[in-house]
Design a protein around this ligand. Structure first.
Ligand SMILES: Cc1cc2nc3c(=O)[nH]c(=O)nc-3n(C[C@H](O)[C@H](O)[C@H](O)COP(=O)(O)O)c2cc1C
Length: 172
């Protein structure tokens, strides 16, 4: 177990909030993910850390592609809860959510997002509890005007919590 100072210092690392989505044939699923970042510019590559127990992990592993939809700052907590605290194993998350399928068959989320990317997986790095999926940016889309949600805003303004499967889970 890490000491309190280390846990506090780790909480100073900044992130955004994204819906990482993929597909298994016609079945669609996505999960709220803070651990998303651009790793190179030429060629543009991005990475996402996804818990091995999540349905999204299974779909990305099968399809070899995923999308990253950047959450808008004014996204409601009910929407955040659907993607961040429920699993696609028990609920169809895309039943009432507007989306568009990208070339690889994964959904770009159109509700409560500002932009999105399609990623083709080039490496899957085993991190123990999570896999770091790294891939090429196939294309990007500007979807809606607005500010992107930051992890800081989620915690300090929305008073949001972080579940066990998140990379930054901190037991309280
Ligand atoms: C604020 C927040 C951040 C999260 N960040 C991550 C993350 O970086 N990686 C991850 O695997 N899960 C993360 N999660 C947890 C998943 O969103 C959650 O386990 C989800 O229910 C998985 O859904 P699935 O089984 O349908 O794929 C986060 C959840 C929240 C609320």
């Amino acid at each position: 177990m890490l000491d309190q100072q280390t846990l506090t210092a780790l909480f100073d690392v900044s992130y955004g909030l994204y819906i990482v989505s993929s597909h298994d044939g016609e079945k669609l699923n996505g999960q709220l993910t803070n651990t998303v970042f651009q790793v190179t510019a030429e060629p543009p590559r991005m990475a996402a850390a996804v818990n091995k127990q999540n349905l999204t992990h299974e779909y990305i592993t099968k399809s070899g592609c995923f999308t990253i939809s950047t959450l808008a700052q004014d996204a409601p907590m009910t929407f955040i809860g659907l993607f961040g605290f429920k699993s696609g194993r028990t609920v169809n998350k895309f039943e009432k959510v507007k989306y568009r399928l990208c070339g690889c068959g994964a959904p770009l989320v159109l509700d409560h997002t500002v932009s999105a990317f399609e990623i083709k997986v080039s490496q899957a790095v085993d991190m123990g509890s999570h896999t770091l999926f790294i891939g090429d940016v196939v294309c990007g889309h500007v979807l809606n005007p607005g500010k992107p949600m930051t992890y800081e805003y989620y915690h300090s303004v929305l008073k949001g919590k972080t579940p066990k499967n998140a990379t930054t889970f901190k037991p309280s």
